[in-house]
Structure formats: C-alpha cells, structure tokens
Design a protein around this ligand. Sequence first.
Ligand code: KIV
Length: 255
Amino acid sequence: MNIEEIKKFKKNEKLVMLTCYDFQMAKIFSSVGVDLILVGDSLGMVFQGDSTTKNVTMEQMLYHVEAVAKGAKSIPIVGDMPIHSYSTKEIALENAQRFINAGADAIKLEGYFPETINYLVKNGIPVQGHIGLLPQTYESFKVVGRKKEDHDRLLKEAKEIEQAGAFTLVLESIPEQLGKEISELVAIPTIGIGAGRFCDGQVLVINDLLGMDPDFHPKFVKRYANLFEIIAHAVSQYKKEVKEGNYPQKEQVYE
Ligand code: KIV
C-alpha cells in the first residue's frame, strides 16, 4: 500500500488508521494489515504522561517514527507535525523532510493552514489535514462544531484543505451530522476520531483501544481489551513468585 492507494478508501471500503509509537506495536499492526499508521503527537500524553500534546518536540517525534518504521512493513506511516514545527511554510518543509528521512511516508498538519499544505504538497510531501478539535491549541477537550458559525467554518476549512492538496483529512470531536456533511463535501477520505459513523475511515489512539489507562475513557473510545488489568495481573504474578522464591524454576536456568 502507498499514499496514492489510500485515496481509494473514499469509495470502496472503510480506512483503518491507528496511532503507533514503537517497533513491536508496528510489527503487530503489520501482521494484522492496518491501512495507515499515525505516529501521533498524542505520545506526549500516553507515552510521556503530560496532560497535553503541547510540549512534544521534533526530536521526540523523529525518535518514534524511526522505531515504528522498523516494524511497519508495507503500511504507510504518517508523522504528526508537533506544535511550533510549521510556524512558516519554509520551516514546515524543512521539518516535513526530516520526517520523511526518518521513515515517514507523509505528515499530518493540525489546523487550517491551506497555504502551508499546498507548499508542502508542491514540494512532494503528502499531507494529511486535521480539523475539529485541535489538541495543540485547544482551550478544553470539548466537541467542536455545534454552533452554526463553527459548523460553517469547518465545512469551509475542509474544502480548502482538500483544494490545497491534502490526501486525507482527520476530523476530531465533531457532531456526527457534521462529519457526514464534510465526508460528502470532499473527495478525499475523511478519518474520524469522535466524528461519527459516516467518515470514510476511523482512527484511535492505540492505548485507548487497548484499555491501558482506566482513568481515561472519552465517549468515542471503544475499548477492545483491558490491557491495564492483564498487565497488572502478570506483573503481580511475577512479583509474588520472585518474593516466594518460585521464579526462576529449573526450566529458566542455564546448566
Ligand atoms: O496525535 C494523535 O494521535 C492524533 C490523533 C488523535 C488523530 O492527532
């Protein structure tokens, strides 16, 4: 699969995107055949333990892209441009190129920056747009687009980002009806996160899908596993056996 082929998800089948931050998880995604990997700046929250994505740096993003690229066999990787990495179109191009050199196939740019997107695309960088709730500049994690002015603005932004040359568009935390309208309006695939059932694809933060944090459960997340409990159980078994002198056993020692 390559970035050009990702565009076919508009008509034929739903697109599956997931965030990924490390080599082993990318290997699992490759064995399943996920369509698109996002090395998201959400790693600032799920990996680094911050309450926002506002402190993530280019160096941190590149470190994770390199790790993911080693495990992602034939899945296109989107590198998420962190805050301050696209303050001018020239800076954006320089940083986008660093993402590509690290192993990304495309970059994601958060917010309404059609000129920068167009500049990157003209310079050969595939760009994924991202509108709706914008974690890099948010005031609160609330649904966006319920007010008529926001609804109309997001429709306009979606169209202009498409015209700027983006190959896909992430829609975050918007009402389902608006997700449907945007998906009908633009010819590129829309990928929803909290944007309802009518988007052309869906993306989730992998840690949320796996139930890694019992304290974080927004409405749009479906937990497909409870890894917090599974891992806590395994660790407590290990702790018990070490304390009791029952690990290691004969099978785990070298003669
Ligand atoms: O950083 C991220 O993981 C994202 C997704 C939530 C779309 O931007």
